[in-house]
Each structure stands twice: as structure tokens, then as C-alpha cells.
Design a protein around this ligand. Structure first.
Ligand SMILES: Nc1ncnc2c1ncn2[C@@H]1O[C@H](COP(=O)(O)OP(=O)(O)OP(=O)(O)O)[C@@H](O)[C@H]1O
Ligand SMILES: [Mg+2]
Length: 298
């Protein structure tokens, strides 16, 4: 795998050093990652959810998935957005795929193994999606237990994976309700910009309703601040506000704004392989450890 430079490698990652102040102004914890031999392996399904567009859901799904795979975890990424961005970001062109998550959702004859695509990154599998999925939003409406369709797709295979990460579309429609019904935990990525909190009440209300009515196992894993620019007062003010609203739900790891992420989409691979020693890669590795520690605690 080619490594294309190492932007940021020479900077200190001061916000991710245990015992030191991080970008959120808290002490970065000593993250003791559970060893792979610690007790029975459980499977955790995490939905990346925010109806606001362009906040880093897909970038987080791909790079958190790749970072968890580096730590020896087996990971399934579910592209659950008709835009097919997670597929594209892993080098799978949505218009070239023969079968997609849509076929499994609609109960076709195909099996999971007919649809799943393994990645050149060991331990990382993908259930791809393309524009076909937009029809599911309409077609599922008349199905019995329409909110549980994705849960039914994942249930028989979840034992094969330590983590299933679902990349949601920017909407709170039936597809996203399916993702939340299939999930154990939610990560809310939020861009460090002025309108970050717009629509958050509706999002938390939706999560609460799914928890009450459809999936009592659902819980919040954390709020991830993305596209943070430490040089601007504006970014810092938004981060401070998110901390006020969400407190310790905000991950210590903060993802900085860097051109490296759009580049990875073009390259069709995660930042952890595209620019392995970059700051962005280090941040997603740090997030992976936080996720492992939070999941072990809950
Ligand atoms: N930390 C970052 N720094 C700079 N650019 C970023 C960062 N994270 C994501 N991006 C870029 O911002 C754009 C939106 O990111 P992404 O696709 O992950 O968001 P999304 O929430 O999945 O969007 P959508 O709602 O359309 O699905 C992409 O071009 C991505 O490459
Ligand atoms: Mg996306």
C-alpha cells in the first residue's frame, strides 16, 4: 500500500497524549485497549448518524473502521446511503456493483456472502450501496416490521464481526430509522461550525423515540467533533458549546480539518493506509481506541 507523504507527522499530536490537555480542554485519558483475549468477543453495531449533510459520517465510518481493523478487530462497514459514498471511499464504484445492501434489504434470493465485498485491508468488509437504495425508502413503507429490515440482514452475520459500522444518509427517514433499530450505539459526528447544533433536537428526539419504541438496547456512544480548525476562534467556540450541551459524551479525540480527507476519497482508501503517518490517521487511531474503551465499559 502506497504511503503518500506524511503531512502533519512532524507536528506533535499534543491533543492525544495521555495525561495532557486535549483539544477539548480536558485531560486526555490513558486508553487501555482491551486485549483481543479479554473474555468472549462481543459484536457491537454502531450507526453514524446526523441528518445534517457533510459533517463527516462517511469519513468517520471508513477511517474508524480501518483503524479498528488495524487493532485486530473484524469490521463490517454497511453503506446505507443511496449516494454510495462509503463504497466509493473504499474504491468500489457504486454504478459498477452488481448486488448491494438493497437486495438483502428487500429479501431477494441472494445471500450475505453474495453481496459482501472484502477489502484489501485485512479484517475490513463492505456491504456496498448505490442509488437502488433510494427505492427502498418507498418500497419498505408497505412491509411488515419495516423498521427492522436492516436488523434482519445483520442479525445472522453479526457474530462474524467485532464491529458493524453503518454509514447513514443525511436524513431521518425510514433508512436511518432502520439503521438506528439495527444499532447498539450511535456516534453523532458534528462539524465544528456555527450551525452544528441546528437540528440536533430533532436528531436526539428521533434517537429517543427509536429507543422507546423499537430498540431498547440503543445508546449513545459519543459525539465526534470533526473538521476542527484550532487556529480559528470560531472553531473553538463551537467546540466549547458542544461540550456544554453534550458534556462527557464528546469524544476526547477531535478530528482536524485537513485536505487529506477529500484526497482519500479520490484515492479510494482510508487515511490509515493512504497517509499512514498523517495527523488525520493518528486521530482516527485514537478514536478507535476511545471506541474500544467506551464499548468495553458499557
Ligand atoms: N476532517 C476533515 N477535514 C477536511 N475535510 C473533511 C474532513 N472530514 C470530511 N471531510 C470532507 O468533507 C466532505 C463531507 O464529508 P463526509 O462525506 O464524510 O460527510 P457526510 O456526513 O458523510 O456527508 P453526507 O451527509 O453527504 O453523507 C467530504 O468531501 C470529505 O472528504
Ligand atoms: Mg456520507
Amino acid at each position: 500500500m502506497a504511503t503518500h507523504g506524511s503531512e502533519g507527522a512532524s507536528q506533535t499530536h499534543g491533543d492525544e497524549i495521555p495525561g495532557e490537555l486535549d483539544a477539548t480542554g480536558r485531560i486526555f485519558p490513558d486508553l487501555v485497549v482491551p486485549s483481543l483475549d479479554d473474555g468472549p468477543r462481543t459484536s457491537t453495531v454502531i450507526a453514524m448518524c446526523n441528518q445534517k449533510g457533510g459533517v463527516g459520517k462517511t469519513t468517520t465510518t471508513i477511517n474508524l473502521g480501518a483503524a479498528l481493523a488495524e487493532l485486530g478487530r473484524s469490521v463490517l462497514l454497511v453503506d446505507f446511503d443511496p449516494q454510495g459514498s462509503a463504497s466509493l471511499g473504499l474504491g468500489v464504484h457504486p454504478h459498477t456493483i452488481e448486488h448491494s445492501v438493497y437486495d438483502l434489504l428487500m429479501g431477494s434470493e441472494l445471500s450475505f456472502d453474495d453481496v459482501v465485498i472484502s477489502n484489501r485491508i485485512p479484517g475490513l468488509d463492505l456491504l456496498p450501496a448505490n442509488i437502488d437504495l433510494s427505492a427502498a425508502e418507498v418500497q419498505l413503507v408497505s412491509e411488515v416490521a419495516r423498521e427492522q429490515s436492516l436488523r434482519r440482514v445483520i442479525a445472522p452475520v453479526r457474530d462474524r464481526y467485532d464491529f458493524v459500522l453503518i454509514d447513514c444518509a443525511p436524513s431521518l427517514g425510514l433508512l436511518t430509522i432502520n439503521a438506528l433499530t439495527a444499532a447498539d450505539r450511535v456516534i453523532i459526528p458534528m462539524e465544528a461550525e456555527y450551525f452544528a447544533l441546528r437540528g440536533v433536537a430533532l436528531l436526539t428526539d428521533t434517537i429517543n423515540k427509536v429507543t422507546e419504541r423499537l430498540n431498547s438496547d440503543l445508546g449513545m456512544l459519543g459525539v465526534l467533533v470533526t473538521m476542527f480548525d484550532a487556529r480559528t476562534l470560531h472553531s473553538q467556540q463551537v467546540l466549547a458549546r458542544l461540550l456544554e450541551v453534550f458534556g462527557d459524551e464528546v469524544f476526547h479525540t477531535v478530528i482536524r480539518r485537513t485536505i487529506r480527507f477529500p484526497e482519500t476519497t479520490v484515492a479510494g482508501e482510508p487515511i490509515t493506509s493512504y497517509a499512514s503517518s498523517s495527523r488525520g490517521a493518528a486521530s482516527y487511531r485514537s478514536l478507535a481506541k476511545e471506541v474500544l474503551v467506551r464499548c468495553a465499559r458499557q
